[in-house]
Design a protein around this ligand. Structure first.
Ligand SMILES: [Fe+2]
Length: 481
């Protein structure tokens, strides 16, 4: 389709509760559970100061599946920023990109607002909306009502920065995470949260020069970081802190610096740091140990940092720049004990939001799933399954005009094969302006969808989500059609 003039992003202001009654196909009987998604449901901007997706108010969506029926609910996270947005006119305050109205005095020493818009995870019975610059926000897993900021009974200290990409170890039940700290000195602080929700601090990695890092991976023995050379020069950080420039403008890609490979032991021992070629990446798909090697898969960009950043800046209603290809390619890094890092590319697809079967996290997985784009498409219109053993890839081309969000793997209960399960893909149909939940057979990805449920409204881009076999309570009084 011609994307010129098409609204690839638009805010969804309303909150809904209903049973999805317009659909094709049937939900499998053994697909039971809840898909949660989080993303910037509402972005405030103007022609003069375009909004930025990273500053949008977090909206959690819930797709509850049981007995062949799909129920939908969405609620905004009641952050301070969201509450102000209900009455404010114009600028709402500082974000990563947004500046508060009122000049330097209004922005000086003001941190970006916690908009709880990036990820959502269920762990130890807690549903947490995540934003990497601050504390998680606890959400009721049935009603999606906001309970409040969550600090793990006071164990998440200082600014409480907590990654939007925690990793749950299916072998131990532990969830691992990290937080980026800038003050008083730059560091990454690593955490483990056990199956009862108790947080322990695993270590603090000091960095002489602050860098921006978004994701990581785990193996049975390590937290695995590939920290890109997205540096924050001191003069730019000072300028941002003083309110002269935005925080996102304080980040620059230093192609003369290496990517830092950091292996943080989970159970004591010395942190290992290696250097490899500079790479621009945001997301890591998985990692595993192979003898004494550590292997990690990530999505690397050929774009510049500026191009990548601009893709998330909403100039009018544009989301992805039609002149810039969407996504990057999956690269495998093999990190030897000697410090040698070998690079290999997995597949040819250009995509983002890599996922795998959550039961294989930290183990050698064969299949990686991507939201990807056909050649010439500025937005993801494919779901791709990369087979790292057979060195092949299979695609599912979505109907024309459908923009794919991240594909989440829901394992089939009792299944033992890695691809025995379903991919749950939220899409936005740009032609009809309606959101969908599409269920694909992960084992037979190219086949027709098993189920397509049409929402009653559009669906703004969601960043990340999770699936849990717990079935969220559907609405007692669904809204009439
Ligand atoms: Fe992310």
């Amino acid at each position: 389709m011609d994307t010129a003039g098409v609204a690839l992003y638009q805010s969804l202001h309303d909150e809904h509760d209903y049973v999805v009654d317009e659909y094709e196909g049937d939900l499998p009987d053994d697909l039971r559970g809840t898909l949660y998604r989080n993303g910037p449901g509402k972005v405030t901007g103007s022609q003069e100061t375009p909004g930025h997706l990273l500053d949008g108010d977090g909206m959690v969506s819930m797709f509850s599946i049981a007995d062949g029926r799909l129920s939908f609910r969405n609620r905004y996270v009641r952050t301070r920023h969201y509450r102000q947005s209900l009455v404010a006119k114009g600028s709402l305050g500082r974000g990563f990109s947004a500046m508060q109205a009122g000049g330097i005095l209004a922005n000086v020493l003001r941190p970006p607002a916690n908009v709880a818009n990036t990820g959502v995870v269920m762990h130890a019975g807690n549903l947490l909306a995540l934003w990497e610059g601050g504390r998680p926000t606890k959400i009721d897993p049935d009603t999606l009502a906001t309970i409040g900021k969550y600090d793990f009974d006071g164990d998440l200290s200082w600014f409480g920065t907590f990654s939007a990409h925690p990793k749950k170890d299916p072998q131990t039940g532990e969830m691992l995470s990290f937080g980026m700290e800038i003050f008083p000195t730059p560091a990454m602080v690593c955490h483990g949260i056990d199956g009862r929700g108790k947080l322990r601090r695993l270590g603090r990695l000091g960095m002489h020069r602050p860098r921006f890092n978004h994701d990581f991976a785990i193996t049975p023995g390590f937290l695995v970081f590939a920290i890109p050379p997205l540096v924050m020069p001191t003069h730019k950080l000072v300028s941002a802190g003083l309110g002269l420039t935005s925080y996102i403008d304080a980040i620059e890609y230093d192609s003369t610096a290496e990517t830092l490979i950091v292996l943080v032991p989970r159970y004591g021992g010395k942190t290992r740091v290696y250097l490899t070629d500079p790479m621009l990446h945001m997301h890591i798909s998985n990692a595993h140990e192979d003898g004494s090697d550590v292997v990690v898969d990530l999505v690397t960009y050929q774009l510049s940092w500026q191009q990548l950043n601009e893709q998330f800046s909403l100039c009018g209603t544009r989301l992805f720049d039609p002149t810039v290809p969407f996504g990057g390619s999956v690269r495998r890094l093999r990190i030897g004990k000697s410090g040698r890092v070998a690079h290999d590319q997995l597949g040819d697809a250009l995509g983002e939001f890599p996922t795998c079967n959550p039961q294989w996290v930290g183990q050698q997985n064969r299949f990686t799933y991507l939201a990807a784009a056909t050649a010439g498409s500025p937005y993801p219109n494919l779901v791709v399954k990369i087979d790292s053993v057979a060195a092949t890839e299979v695609s599912h081309l979505l109907p024309p005009g459908h923009l794919a969000h991240e594909a989440i793997f829901a394992p089939r209960p009792g299944g033992t094969e890695e691809d025995d399960g379903w991919l749950l893909v939220v899409t936005q149909d740009l032609d009809t302006d309606v959101g969908n939940l599409i269920v694909l057979d992960a084992k037979n990805l190219a086949a027709e969808p098993i189920y397509v449920g049409r929402l009653r409204h559009h669906m703004p881009l969601t960043f990340h989500g999770c699936f849990t076999p717990r079935v969220a309570r559907a609405c007692d009084r669904p809204e009439p059609r």
